[in-house]
Design a protein. Structure first.
Length: 356
């Protein structure tokens, strides 16, 4: 663990505090024992420290394996907890990404201020999905609720804007169940609806025709599982690509079934899909109600299903917002801007709202 000390030496010349931090209330200095881990912690050209500065309104300077933080008392304490958590991840062999830094910041903010912080609860605040390749940890309160729902319910709806981790966490949960032999198959499906443009005839067999639509799920699979395992499972049918139109008449047992882009299902398609759930199976439905590509006047099956099934025992619904976007920080601002400009009540109005 890093060593910390208050009332550290002054910051390096040339660094300016934010306008709100004309006179910093507190200084904290952290000393990290492992020089290589400390270098990974601050990131290339100090990008990780820069993100912490922007998000927590502090100033952070690195000199060797020492990091000095200046700012408000709460801000400095939050930055210290973020850096200590990230340093522990680096020591465990994890290669930090900007998303990891952002996630650690969100977790610290969610855990409360300096005065109600419980160190014993901090490590277990957010849920994890443990995979052979690497662990996946929730980065926001909504993601934490989503993982908890996935572990406790047979049918889970995850709705919200792009970049909130709905599909990625669904695939991670499916991969975990598959690796533990709790299910025999992973079935991936989505409606074949283009996003406002027509691709025309697609050559190849069924998998090759559907591949362009399922690319995000493929990317998640290869990111979370060994590539050789994924390829072998695809060849043996343990991981199956099933276009939504081909699901009719099937009863899916001992499987995890993921329906992505579900906002583009019709009411009949959604009802047909949901009634495929068989014994010892889990079903995960993800979609963004603000990006419906169905023809005008066609109600979204996702909007109808979430309304009709709200409060039904055994079914969980988790809604993500702009604050849960974990891609580039600009994506969060873009989503928030569109959300603010969207007509009608609600954060993510569906153009089919009121017609389902």
């Amino acid at each position: 663990m890093p060593k910390s000390a208050s009332d550290s030496p002054s910051l390096a010349p040339g660094r300016k505090l934010d306008r709100d931090l004309k006179t910093p209330d507190s200084h904290i200095e952290l000393a990290f024992d492992d020089n290589r881990a400390a270098s990974s912690l601050v990131g290339q050209y100090g990008q990780n420290l820069a993100l912490i500065e922007r998000r927590l309104n502090v100033v952070a300077d690195q000199r060797g394996n020492h990091v000095t933080i200046a700012g408000s008392r709460d801000g400095c304490e939050a930055a210290r907890r973020v850096l200590e958590e990230l340093y522990d991840q680096v020591l465990r062999g994890h290669e930090l990404t900007q998303g990891d830094v952002d996630g650690a910041i969100r977790a610290v903010i969610a855990q409360g201020s300096l005065f109600d912080f419980d160190p014993k609860a901090a490590r277990s605040a957010f849920e994890e999905i443990n995979l052979r390749k690497r662990p996946v940890r929730a980065r926001t309160a909504a993601q934490d609720a989503y993982i908890r729902a996935l572990k406790r319910h047979s049918l889970v709806f995850g709705t919200g804007p792009a970049g909130t981790g709905k599909t990625w966490l669904a695939v991670a949960h499916a991969a975990q169940l598959f690796e533990r032999k709790e299910v025999d198959k992973i079935i991936l499906s989505r409606p074949a609806v283009e996003a406002g443009e027509r691709l025309g005839f697609l050559p190849g067999d069924m998998r090759e025709k559907v591949d362009p639509y399922l690319r995000p799920i493929y990317d998640a699979l290869y990111d979370l599982m060994d590539a050789r395992v994924v390829e072998r499972a695809l060849q043996t049918g343990e991981i199956e690509i099933a276009p939504l139109a081909f699901m009719r008449g099937r009863t899916l047992t001992n499987a995890v079934i993921i329906l992505d882009e579900a906002q583009n299902t019709t009411s009949m398609q959604m009802k047909m899909f949901l009634t495929r759930l068989g014994e010892n199976s889990r079903m995960i439905v993800t979609g963004d109600p603000s990006q419906v590509d169905l023809p005008n006047g066609q109600p979204s099956g996702l909007a109808e299903a979430t309304r009709l099934l709200d409060g039904v025992e055994g079914i969980a619904q988790v809604k993500f917002g702009a604050e849960d976007v974990i891609r580039h920080e600009l994506v969060q601002r873009i989503v928030a801007a569109y959300e603010k400009a969207a007509p009608g009540p609600g954060k993510f109005p569906d153009k089919s709202a009121g017609k389902a």
